[in-house]
Design a protein around this ligand. Structure first.
Ligand SMILES: NC(=O)c1ccc[n+]([C@@H]2O[C@H](COP(=O)([O-])OP(=O)(O)OC[C@H]3O[C@@H](n4cnc5c(N)ncnc54)[C@H](O)[C@@H]3O)[C@@H](O)[C@H]2O)c1
Length: 358
């Protein structure tokens, strides 16, 4: 019996050093001690091994640094570990960066996913019941008007290069099921918040700027609406979809928690006032020129996953947000680590320019 045989399943998680990936690994490593999890991550600016410090010594965890688009590396991992399934979270994820340049988004989100599909398809020929789970976003559906929600039947209509790259990858996932019978499942989730999110995304960005008395840049009139889900709820949904989702299906994941950006930022300011004992954070809010192609509203109808798989969000938004702000305040070194280096240059060239424009 090889060392690998002692594991009930061997799962490849890609992008496990990022925000959702590291939260997912924390959850899965505890819940499934008899599974082996191999985390393949390129460690881009958004990947951070310190997110996994408290689980990295676990016996059922292995880290491999590399690119999902690297055919030789991914093939070798499949040969060595004989995976039973894969959960693909690796991606370039920041919309603003995709507007500045979309090359990396195409390489990772489309070509990388295609590479994983190709290797999974060949691996599948060894007769294993291999599952491919694509983790995707509500942004592939484009923008909603004042009413209605996206369902699994909504048409894809991506508006940013990020959304277009994720949409393209999702189409390849679907095609590999239809054309080759690959056992795929896709989940499309709304905006996540929680610990370990890279501070270019709205919630940690605002917390960090507020902490340093820097302007809080709000795009346009601040009326853009997002449906916010606590990351631990998303991780539970991924677990359920991966294990129980029907082959070839897609599942929407949402929170029923629609909030305008400006209201979200005001809430963060109030929580910061409370937690730091320093008032007046709202005065730092600064409206800046809108993001090009900025989707107005997202909202997810998640009745399919609720009715078929029994999942529903568990976290209350106000409490989850407070817990999240507290986490960033408790982890200043983590934050400092993220915002030094490459991010500093990005922040200076992008956000500072935006602040000056208005
Ligand atoms: N954050 C959200 O609100 C949200 C919502 C819905 C869906 N998603 C999807 O969930 C997934 C994870 O999102 P996130 O917010 O954790 O992203 P993130 O940017 O925090 O992390 C992405 C991770 O992928 C890694 N990575 C990037 N390119 C890679 C490559 N070529 N090969 C291997 N690893 C690579 C990075 O190093 C990083 O660790 C993405 O696919 C994203 O589209 C995110």
């Amino acid at each position: 019996m090889s060392d690998l045989d002692k594991f009930e399943k061997r799962i490849l998680i890609t992008g496990g050093a990022g925000f959702i990936g590291s939260n997912l690994l924390h959850y899965m490593l505890i819940k499934y001690p008899r599974y082996l999890f191999v985390n393949l991550d390129k460690l881009t600016y958004a990947g951070n091994l310190s997110n996994l410090q408290d689980v990295e010594m676990k016996e059922n965890y292995i880290f491999a640094r590399g690119d999902i688009a690297d055919r030789d590396l991914v093939s070798e991992l499949f040969q060595v570990y004989q995976f039973d399934g894969l959960i693909n979270l690796a991606a370039e994820t920041h919309v603003d960066r995709s507007i500045l340049g979309s090359g990396r988004f195409i390489n990772t989100n489309i070509i990388g996913t295609h590479n994983l599909l190709e290797i999974s398809r060949k691996h599948n020929h060894f007769g294993q019941e291999f599952r491919f789970h694509q983790v995707s976003t509500d942004e592939v559906f484009g923008s909603l008007g004042d009413t209605g929600k996206f369902s699994e039947k909504s048409c894809y209509a991506p508006n940013s290069p990020y959304a277009a790259s994720k949409a393209s990858a999702d189409h390849f996932v679907r095609a590999y099921h239809k054309s080759f019978g690959l056992n795929v499942v896709t989940s499309n989730c709304s905006n996540n918040y929680g610990p370990y999110q890279f501070p270019e995304k709205i919630i940690p960005l605002m917390i960090n700027n507020a902490l340093h008395h820097q302007p809080l840049p709000v795009y346009g009139d601040g009326g853009n609406i997002r449906d916010w889900l606590y990351v631990a709820d998303h991780c539970k949904a991924i677990d359920i979809v991966f294990h129980k989702g029907r082959t070839g299906k897609t599942y929407n994941i949402g929170a029923d928690k629609e909030i305008r950006n400006i209201d979200l930022v005001r809430m963060i300011c109030r929580i910061m006032d409370d937690l730091t004992g320093e008032g007046g954070h709202e005065k730092l809010i600064k409206f800046v020129e809108d993001r090009p192609g900025h989707d107005r509203r997202y909202a997810m109808d998640y009745s399919l996953i609720r009715e078929e798989l029994g999942w529903r969000p568990e976290h209350d938004f106000e409490q989850g947000l407070k817990k999240t702000v507290q986490w960033y305040l408790d982890n200043p070194e983590w934050m400092e680590n993220c915002i030094s280096g490459e991010y500093k240059t990005y922040y200076n060239t992008w956000y500072k320019k935006r602040l000056e424009e208005k």
